[in-house]
Design a protein around this ligand. Structure first.
Ligand SMILES: [Zn+2]
Length: 140
């Protein structure tokens, strides 16, 4: 097991940035990281035990409990994924869809006489009084 400590990770992070291995999530906190030549891959697993963040990698360095770039690369992905999971868990339940699908059985609104407004419009040119009628603000 490799104890994840920022001071020990610096070099491994630099190497991971230089090599830029492919990291794929293959299980709960378990990742497959490509080797430096890109031909093979190693499995990195993260464990939190007694508040300690631990990792293991099946590469040569990982087997002797050295922080390798596989662990550094996978930890970046792991941190991102765990944060996303926390955000999803912390987020309130999704609100109902804002798109209301009209129900075909919904009755049509009844005719409301209050929607009709009769008024008298005075033409500014001829000064003639023209009766006007609007429904919901629209001239009819
Ligand atoms: Zn490794």
């Amino acid at each position: 097991m490799i104890k994840l400590e920022a001071s020990k990770m610096t070099k491994a992070i630099e190497k991971a940035k230089a090599i830029h291995p492919r990291v794929s999530c293959i299980g709960e906190r378990t990742y497959k990281v490509t080797s430096s030549d890109g031909k093979g891959s190693y499995t990195v697993r993260f464990v939190v035990s007694n508040g300690l963040k631990l990792a293991e990698c099946d590469c040569k360095a990982g087997k002797v409990s050295q922080v390798c770039f596989h662990v550094a690369a996978a930890s970046a992905v792991n941190i991102g994924l765990q944060r996303m999971k926390q955000q999803v868990a912390a987020a309130p339940a999704a609100p109902p869809s804002p798109v209301a699908i009209p129900s075909p059985t919904k009755p049509q609104p009844k005719f409301n006489p209050a929607r009709i407004v009769y008024s008298v419009y005075v033409c500014p040119n001829t000064l003639r009084r023209i009766p006007a009628c609007t429904v919901d603000g629209w001239n009819v």
